[in-house]
Design a protein around this ligand. Structure first.
Ligand code: GLU
Length: 507
């Protein structure tokens, strides 16, 4: 690698929710930058005003914040190469487009949208390119004087690149290796639009150059645009400064057939966006990983494994470990199938590994959203440690821990009643009296011992009493060790719950 400071960028267009593939692109850029002591730039590519969506930029910033992937330079943090919003850089681009016209690599085109529509209808496979450009209204066919007049009169026009015919252009992609294209395949892309805004093709090249970007990692869907970009780097005389490119593999549908889309998520019942996105025009709410209860650490971990591995069987990595181990050359060329069950597995692993303190605020939110009041935060920390192994998504903490803070609202009577006997009622009444004895120890192991001895005394199998006891405390057949639960609830609460449940069981 050269000794230039590494500078990478994530360059989203603010048009709606952020697809998980977009966050993976951020992550790969970020990891590469941090590994090489470089800068990670966020540039907002908002030159297509017709696709502009209110709130989308703020949403992107929030996603990055949630994931903990902080840009070193961005429209909010600013930086040496500001502005970082392309719409605010409008004045910069025309000069370069005109330079290309002067050099003969681009031209003015005055065709109206109606004329172009007409051609598209009349001519099969019409492309504005080498086959037809000589028959259209542009500075290649009109006389110089006419062109000057039209420009002076402010006639609407665009500037198009003049794609060479039958040229082979190629580059070395960091993931895909040697990639080559035949220029004849491509049309003469618009570089500068009638509203004076650059298109993506011009803006991305000019900005990557001006912002001194050294490596550009982007989704594979941008590969077909690469020949246009390569030519622009060359024509503008910047080839030596061109970033090294890596086109990241697609994230595929679970069956491997095609790119994973928002619609697949809706069809198969899993999120595709990082965070929920509300489309204000249609009112449609698309769910996100964050709202479903994924931890950001797990989200990043599952994303990095979509197309990368460290060469071992290891699958769980912290962000710091990833920074140390990541290399773009180890990213696969082939698309990665998305598997939601696997994604959930990553989350459960991360919940298990997280300490109670770091989960606390998320769990409080889950509980309070459901109306559970948590008065004792120390108890909550103990509870989190006790139940976290049973939680896959954050909302699971409601089911797994709410009974520590409020009595069960209902009991799984079907699991108790058929086998309920007076002798069992008698046992629990005796157990209550035993608990009432202030001398008795109230530690899980001792409590279990006394419970079992009492059962033996009464001639009932302890195994037949454990499930009713659990249902008395919890409401259902779930949760950690029942004596751990009783001890955390405390003697008084345990007695109260047994009494209340006995009424329901004997009813
Ligand atoms: N603006 C493009 C996008 O929306 C960026 C592609 C690139 O990184 O070159 O994804």
């Amino acid at each position: 690698m050269s000794d230039k400071k590494v500078r990478v960028r994530f360059a989203p267009s603010p048009t709606g929710g952020l697809h998980l593939g977009g966050v993976r692109t951020v992550l790969f850029n970020y990891l590469f930058a941090k590994k090489h002591g470089g800068d990670f730039v966020l540039r907002i590519e908002d030159t297509d005003q017709s696709r502009y969506v209110k709130g989308a930029e703020e949403y992107i910033l929030e996603c990055l914040e949630w994931c903990g992937l902080k840009p070193d330079e961005s429209p909010v943090t600013g930086g040496k190469y500001a502005p970082y919003r392309q719409s605010e850089r409008k004045a910069i681009y025309r000069e370069y487009a005109e330079r290309l016209v002067m050099q003969g690599h681009a031209y003015y085109a005055f065709d109206t949208p109606e004329e172009l529509d007409h051609n598209r209808k009349e001519i099969p496979n019409f492309q504005y390119g080498h086959a037809y450009r000589d028959t259209l209204r542009n500075s290649l066919t009109l006389k110089q004087q006419q062109v000057d007049q039209l420009l002076a009169a402010g006639e609407p026009h665009v500037i198009r690149i003049k794609m060479p015919e039958n040229e082979n252009i190629h580059f070395e992609d960091m993931i895909r290796g040697h990639v080559s294209f035949d220029t004849s395949q491509s049309d003469d892309k618009v570089l500068l639009k009638a509203d004076g805004m650059p298109t993506y093709h011009l803006a991305v090249v000019v900005d990557d150059y001006l912002m001194k970007i050294t490596h550009a990692f982007r989704g594979e869907e941008w590969l077909p645009s690469a020949p246009v970009h390569l030519l622009l780097w060359e024509y503008l005389g910047w080839k030596a400064d061109m970033p090294q490119w890596a086109h990241l593999p697609l994230i595929l549908k679970p069956d491997g057939h095609g790119k994973l889309s928002k619609r697949d998520g809706a069809r198969l019942g899993f999120p595709v966006y990082a965070m929920s996105w509300l489309d204000e025009k249609t009112g449609e709410l698309t769910p996100g990983f964050r709202e479903l209860g994924f931890l950001p650490e797990a989200f990043l971990n599952l994303l990095v494994m979509l197309g990368w591995n460290d060469g071992t069987d290891n699958e769980i990595f912290t962000l710091d470990e990833l920074i140390e181990k990541f290399s773009i050359e180890r990213v696969n060329k082939a698309g990665a199938k998305f598997d939601f069950e696997k994604a959930k597995w990553f989350n459960s692993e991360w919940i298990k590994r997280s300490d109670a303190k770091s989960l606390k605020s998320d769990v409080i939110k889950v509980l309070t959203d459901k109306g559970v009041v948590v008065k004792d935060e120390k108890l909550l920390l103990t509870v989190i440690d006790l139940v976290k192994e049973r939680c896959t998504l954050l909302p699971d903490f409601y089911h797994q821990s709410s009974y520590f803070f409020e009595q069960p609202k209902e009991y799984d009577l079907a699991s108790v009643k058929p086998k309920w006997t007076d002798a069992k009622t008698e046992f629990f009444n005796a157990f209550i009296s035993m608990l009432g004895n202030t001398e008795a120890s109230f530690e899980p192991a001792d409590l279990e011992q006394s419970f079992k001895s009492l059962a033996e005394e009464k001639g009932i199998k302890a195994g037949e009493l454990m499930l009713p006891f659990r249902i008395m405390l919890v409401g259902g057949k779930f949760g950690p060790h029942v004596f751990d639960i009783a001890v955390l609830l405390g003697k008084k609460e345990t007695i109260g719950r047994i009494e209340k449940a006995l009424e329901a069981f004997n009813n």
